[in-house]
Design a protein around this ligand. Structure first.
Ligand SMILES: C[S@@+](CC[C@H](N)C(=O)[O-])C[C@H]1O[C@@H](n2cnc3c(N)ncnc32)[C@H](O)[C@@H]1O
Length: 329
C-alpha cells in the first residue's frame, strides 16, 4: 500500500494530519522591508494573522458593527439544504483562509465531506480549529495545511471523494486586487477539476456608512488588529515601532470600490528593523489592507472570466452579503 492510500485509509477513520508551515515565515522579513521601502508604504494583509492577529480577528467577527460574519452565517443557515444539493455530499472540501472554521461547521454537518482540508497562513489558528473539529465531528478526516494561498500550492491527492469543492468564505477574496482574485479563481478552477465547484463568500456594495462603521468599531478592536501588524514586526523581526505613534484609519474609497485600511503616523519620526531605518512624516500612512466590495454582476463577471459558471447567489434580504455557488465551466 502506497503512502497516499495509507493516508486515505487512516483519514477515513477520522483524525487530523498537519502539513506545511515554513515559507510564510521566511517571506515575512523580505515583504516587510520591501513594502516599507515603497513611496506609498504598504504591508501585505496576510501578515495580520499571527496567533494574536487571528484572536483579534475572531473578536472582530463578533462585534455589533461587523455585519459580514453574522450575515454570511445567516445566509448559509437559511439556504443550507440548497447549498448541500449544489455542492453534493461526500465531496473533498477544501477551504482557503479557514481561520476558526466557524461557518464550515454548518457545511460539514450538511455535506458530510469525505475529507476536509483547511488551508490557512495562521498556523496557531489552524491547529486550534482542526483539533476542535475532530473532537466535535468524530469520524471526520481533516488535513490541515499551513500555507500561503497566494503561492502555488500542491493539494494532497485524495481519491476517495465524489468531487472537489473549494470553500472561500469571509469575504477574504475582497483582500485581493481584481487581478489577484482572478488569478486565485483560475488556480482553484484548476484544483477542482472539470466536475468541481466553489462556494465563495463576497461582501457586496452598500451604503458607505455601514462599511465605515464595520471597519471603525467603537471598542477599537479593528484598530488593535491593524496595529498588531507593527507589534508583530517588533516581536518577530526585532523592530522598534512605537504603536502610540500610529493611528488606525479606515475609509471607503468609492472609485476603487474598496475599504482601505492604513496606519497613519501621528508625528514625524523614525523606526528601525535591524539595520534598516524607515522615516515617517507626520500624517504619512502605511497602507495595510484593501477590502474590495462587489456588485453581484461584477463578481459573476470575474468568476466567468476565471472559467467558472456562476450558478447560484444566495444573499440576505438587505443584499449585503453574497454566497456564490460556482461550477467548473
Ligand atoms: C478575513 S479572515 C476570514 C476567516 C474565516 N474564513 C471567516 O470566514 O471568518 C481571512 C483568513 O484568511 C487567512 N489568510 C489571509 N491571507 C492568507 C494567505 N495569503 N494564505 C492563507 N491564508 C490566508 C487568515 O489567516 C484568516 O484566517
Amino acid at each position: 500500500m502506497g503512502r497516499d492510500e495509507r493516508d486515505r485509509r487512516s483519514l477515513e477513520l477520522g483524525g487530523v494530519r498537519f502539513i506545511g508551515g515554513e515559507t510564510a515565515a521566511l517571506n515575512f522579513r523580505k515583504d516587510v522591508l520591501a513594502g516599507l521601502s515603497r513611496p506609498q508604504k504598504s504591508l501585505p494583509p496576510k501578515y495580520f494573522y499571527d496567533a494574536a492577529g487571528s484572536r483579534l480577528f475572531e473578536r472582530i467577527c463578533r462585534l455589533r458593527e461587523y455585519y459580514p460574519t453574522r450575515t454570511e452565517l445567516s445566509v448559509t443557515k437559511k439556504n443550507l439544504r440548497a447549498i448541500a444539493r449544489f455542492a453534493g455530499k461526500g465531496c473533498a472540501l477544501l477551504e482557503y483562509g479557514s481561520g476558526e472554521s466557524l461557518k464550515t461547521r454548518l457545511l460539514i454537518r450538511a455535506l458530510r465531506p469525505s475529507v476536509y482540508m483547511p488551508v490557512d497562513i495562521s498556523a496557531a489558528a489552524l491547529r486550534a480549529a482542526a483539533k476542535r473539529l475532530v473532537r466535535d465531528f468524530p469520524g471526520l478526516g481533516v488535513v490541515a495545511i499551513t500555507a500561503d494561498f497566494s503561492q502555488p500550492l500542491a493539494i494532497p491527492a485524495y481519491r476517495g471523494a465524489a468531487r472537489r469543492v473549494v470553500y472561500f468564505p469571509g469575504s477574504t477574496i475582497g483582500n485581493l486586487t481584481h487581478e489577484e482574485a482572478h488569478a486565485f479563481l483560475k488556480m482553484t478552477r484548476g484544483q477542482v477539476g472539470p466536475r468541481g465547484a466553489m462556494l465563495v463568500g463576497v461582501d457586496l456594495k452598500k451604503d458607505a456608512n455601514v462599511l465605515h462603521a464595520a471597519y471603525n468599531d467603537a471598542q477599537g478592536v479593528t484598530a488593535a488588529f491593524n496595529l498588531n501588524l507593527l507589534a508583530r514586526i517588533n516581536r518577530e523581526l526585532g523592530g522598534d515601532f512605537s504603536l502610540r505613534r500610529f493611528a488606525h484609519y479606515a475609509f471607503y474609497n468609492p472609485l476603487g470600490g474598496r475599504i482601505e485600511m492604513h496606519l497613519v503616523a501621528r508625528d514625524a519620526h523614525r523606526a528601525n528593523i535591524g539595520n534598516y531605518r524607515f522615516s515617517f512624516d507626520r500624517g504619512e500612512s502605511i497602507h495595510t489592507e484593501n477590502s474590495y466590495k462587489y456588485s453581484v454582476p461584477e463578481f459573476e463577471r470575474l468568476a466567468t472570466s476565471a472559467g467558472f459558471e456562476p450558478a447560484k447567489c444566495w444573499t440576505d434580504p438587505r443584499g449585503w452579503f453574497g454566497l456564490f455557488g460556482l461550477l467548473a465551466a
